[in-house]
Design a protein around this ligand. Structure first.
Ligand code: PCA
Length: 204
C-alpha cells in the first residue's frame, strides 16, 4: 500500500497548542487507498527539516504534506513555493534565530511545490472550506521545511510529490489573541486537508 506522510508542528511562540498537529492527529488511517503516516515535528531550523527527511527515508511515501500554523490567516492555504532564505522574526524552539541568510548555499533560490496546489485549493473550496493558494510560506521554520524537503527530493530524483499547507489559528487560540484575529474550527480545517489530499492523490 502506498503511503502519504503528513506532518504537523509542536506549539511555538508561547502557544499551548498548534492547530497543524491537532489536524494531523485527527486524520483517518487511509485516504484514497493510501496509508497515512503522521509525524509531529519540532519548530526548529536545525531539527524540523531533518525530522521530515528522516520520516521520508523511513517510510518512502509517494506524497508528502507538511502542515503548519499561519497566525493571522483566515483560510487554509496550500503553499506554491519554498525559498532558500531564512529570516526569523522570533527564535525557534531551540533558541535559534537565523536572520537574512540562505538555508543552503549552492542550492537553487526556490522550488515550486510538486503538489497540484491550485487544484487542491479548489477541491477544498468545493468541500465548503475557505482556501486559496499562498505565494509565500514566509521565512521561518515552515518555509525551511518546505524548501528542504523539495530540495532533498529533487536532489535524489525522487518521484514523491511534496508540499505544504498553512492553516489558521484554532478558535481556542484566537480567544486569547487580539480582537479580530481570524480562526477556523479544527474539524473544518480537517475536512479541507482530507479534500486536498484526495485531490493530490488523484493527480497524475
Ligand atoms: N508555523 C511556523 C513554524 C511552525 C508553525 O506551525 C511557520 O509558519 O513558519
Amino acid at each position: 500500500m502506498e503511503k502519504i506522510l503528513v506532518t504537523g508542528f509542536e506549539p511555538f511562540g508561547g502557544e499551548q497548542t498548534n492547530p497543524s498537529w491537532e489536524v494531523v492527529s485527527a486524520l483517518p488511517k487511509a485516504i484514497a487507498g493510501r496509508k497515512l503516516v503522521c509525524e509531529r515535528i519540532p519548530v526548529s531550523f536545525r531539527h524540523g527539516p531533518a525530522a521530515v527527511l528522516g520520516a521520508i527515508q523511513r517510510e518512502n511515501p509517494s506524497v508528502v504534506l507538511c502542515l503548519g500554523q499561519a497566525g493571522g490567516r483566515a483560510k487554509v492555504t496550500p503553499e506554491f513555493v519554498g525559498i532558500n532564505y531564512a529570516d526569523a522574526r522570533i527564535p525557534d524552539n531551540d533558541g535559534e534565530q537565523p536572520q537574512g541568510m540562505r538555508l543552503s548555499t549552492g542550492a537553487p533560490d526556490a522550488y515550486f511545490s510538486t503538489l497540484p496546489v491550485r487544484a487542491m485549493a479548489q477541491a477544498m473550496v468545493e468541500a465548503g472550506v475557505p482556501a486559496s493558494v499562498s505565494y509565500s510560506a514566509g521565512t521561518y521554520v515552515c518555509n525551511a521545511v518546505l524548501f528542504s524537503v523539495l530540495h532533498a527530493l529533487a536532489a535524489s530524483k525522487s518521484t514523491a510529490r511534496a508540499g505544504f499547507v498553512h492553516v489558521p489559528n484554532s478558535p481556542k487560540q484566537a480567544c486569547r489573541l487580539p480582537k479580530g484575529t481570524p480562526s477556523m474550527p479544527i474539524a473544518l480545517v480537517l475536512q479541507g486537508i482530507v479534500s486536498g489530499l484526495e485531490c493530490a492523490c488523484s493527480w497524475g
